[in-house]
Write a protein that binds this ligand. Structure first.
Ligand SMILES: Cc1cc2nc3c(=O)[nH]c(=O)nc-3n(C[C@H](O)[C@H](O)[C@H](O)COP(=O)(O)O)c2cc1C
Length: 188
């Protein structure tokens, strides 16, 4: 059975981003496993954890629990990230997640000429987001994830599903979400 990894960076109980992501997930016919970033409470790398990680990698020990999120990412057939639009990108927990899964030898390797070569199985990543105002220019959170996932994880395609202007005075968030939901693509 195909495995979808749901990386959930939504924090509010009434999260509209999670609402949209769940609508998308309901179209998936395989197995869904979730990494809830708030519950996982990953920590930014420190001198101590970086040294520990370097020692594990030097020993080729990828079985350590530190690498669990990276292994889950590598093994997924499809990836869905749900992240509200915060401060022009995403909650900091998403960056900490990226930091934790960038594991040389597991998620990627380097070629002799220094180019990263991604090792993830997934061919597509979906990025779901909602924004209080209009997203001016580009969603930098999505652009960053798209770059990282194509260059370092080896996931060639990334697609953004986004609802904007939910918090504007006079806005009808339910109607905006219903419109976005009606346009959701198939996950297959
Ligand atoms: C910490 C924080 C930062 C935010 N930054 C932005 C922002 O830069 N631009 C914007 O349009 N909305 C911003 N918002 C509003 C959210 O994008 C909006 O309410 C979104 O729908 C929240 O998603 P959720 O319902 O899944 O929690 C911010 C909200 C919070 C709590």
């Amino acid at each position: 059975m195909k495995r979808l990894l749901f990386i959930n960076a939504c924090v509010r109980a009434e999260s509209r981003t999670r609402f949209l992501a769940e609508k998308l997930l309901s179209r998936w016919e395989g197995e869904v496993s979730e990494l809830n970033l708030e519950q996982l409470a990953l920590r930014p790398l420190t001198a101590e954890t970086l040294a520990r990680r370097d020692a594990l990698l030097a020993a080729g020990n990828y079985a350590d629990a530190m690498f669990d999120p990276a292994r889950r990412l590598v093994e997924a057939d499809t990836v869905v990230i749900a992240a509200p639009y915060w401060d022009c990108s995403f909650p900091a927990a998403v960056k900490v997640f990226v930091e934790q899964v960038m594991v040389n030898g597991l998620t990627f390797t380097f070629t002799d000429d220094g180019m990263p070569h991604g090792k993830c199985r997934a061919k597509k990543l979906w990025y779901v987001s909602t924004a209080g105002g209009p997203v001016i220019g580009t969603n930098l959170g999505f652009e960053y994830i798209r770059q990282v996932s194509s260059l370092y994880w080896g996931i060639p395609e990334a697609e953004l599903i986004q609802a904007e202007c939910l918090d504007l005075i006079g806005a009808d968030p339910e109607a905006i979400l219903a419109e976005t939901t009606a346009e959701l693509p198939s996950l297959l």
